[in-house]
Ligand binder design. Structure first.
Ligand SMILES: [Fe+2]
Length: 209
C-alpha cells in the first residue's frame, strides 16, 4: 500500500523559499558619495559624478535615438543606414556601461531609468513618428555635437581637478567615439550625384566661342 502524502506539503521547506516583496530605505541617496579608497578627494569625486551623470543621460538618449532611427529609417539607403545606425547604437551602449561604472567606482550613483534620463538629458526630444533619413541624420549630428561640447568642457575640469581616470574616459572613449560617428554620419549629407556626374563648368575660352 502507497504511503500517504503529508497533509501539509509546505512543511519543512521554510528555509528554501525565496523571501519576496521586500522593501526598505535606500542605502545611498542619488547625488551622495559613498567614497572608495581611490586616493581622490570626496569633492573631486562628487564633481566628476555630477558631470558624468549628465553625459550618461545624454549618451543613453543618443543610444536610444540610434535604435529609433534603425527601426524607422526609409528610402533607397535603407539597408546601409539600418546597419550603420545599429552599429553606432551598440558603440554608444558600450559607452553607457563605461560611464555608469565609472560613476559607481567614484562612489556615486548612476542615473539609470528612462524617466530620470528624460528629466536630465539636454538632447531635444524627437517626435514619436517617422522622419526622412536626412532629418534623422541631422538630429543625430546635433545630439553628437551637444555631447562633444559638454564632454570637452568636463574633460578639462576633470584634468584640472586631478581626476585623470575621468579625463581619460571622456577623451579616449566618449570624445573619440562621438567624433568618429559624426564623420560617418555627416558624409551622408553631402549632396553629390548618385549615377551621373555633374557637367563640368564651361571655361571662359569655350564660352566665348
Ligand atoms: Fe535590429
Amino acid at each position: 500500500m502507497a504511503k500517504k502524502a503529508s497533509s501539509n506539503p509546505q512543511a519543512g521547506t521554510e528555509r528554501a523559499r525565496p523571501i519576496l516583496h521586500q522593501h526598505s530605505r535606500e542605502i545611498q541617496p542619488f547625488g551622495k558619495i559613498a567614497k572608495l579608497p581611490i586616493a581622490l578627494d570626496e569633492n573631486v569625486c562628487a564633481a566628476s559624478v555630477e558631470n558624468l551623470n549628465q553625459v550618461l543621460a545624454d549618451t543613453i538618449t543618443l543610444r536610444d535615438l540610434y535604435k529609433k532611427h534603425h527601426w524607422q529609417v526609409v528610402g533607397h539607403t535603407f539597408y546601409q543606414l539600418h546597419l550603420l545606425f545599429d552599429k553606432h547604437h551598440d558603440e554608444q551602449d558600450e559607452l553607457v556601461d563605461t560611464i555608469a561604472e565609472r560613476i559607481q567606482l567614484l562612489g556615486g550613483v548612476s542615473i539609470a531609468m528612462a524617466a530620470d534620463v528624460a528629466e536630465t538629458t539636454i538632447i531635444p526630444r524627437p517626435p514619436r513618428g517617422r522622419e526622412e533619413a536626412p532629418v534623422q541624420i541631422s538630429r543625430l549630428l546635433e545630439a553628437h555635437e551637444i555631447l562633444l561640447k559638454e564632454a570637452r568642457t568636463m574633460a578639462r575640469q576633470a584634468s584640472d581637478a586631478g581626476d585623470d581616470g575621468t579625463n581619460d574616459v571622456l577623451v579616449s572613449d566618449i570624445i573619440r567615439t562621438n567624433e568618429l560617428q559624426v564623420w560617418f554620419l555627416a558624409e551622408h549629407l553631402v549632396d553629390v550625384p548618385l549615377v551621373k556626374a555633374d557637367a563640368p563648368a564651361k571655361t571662359k575660352a569655350a564660352s566665348a566661342d
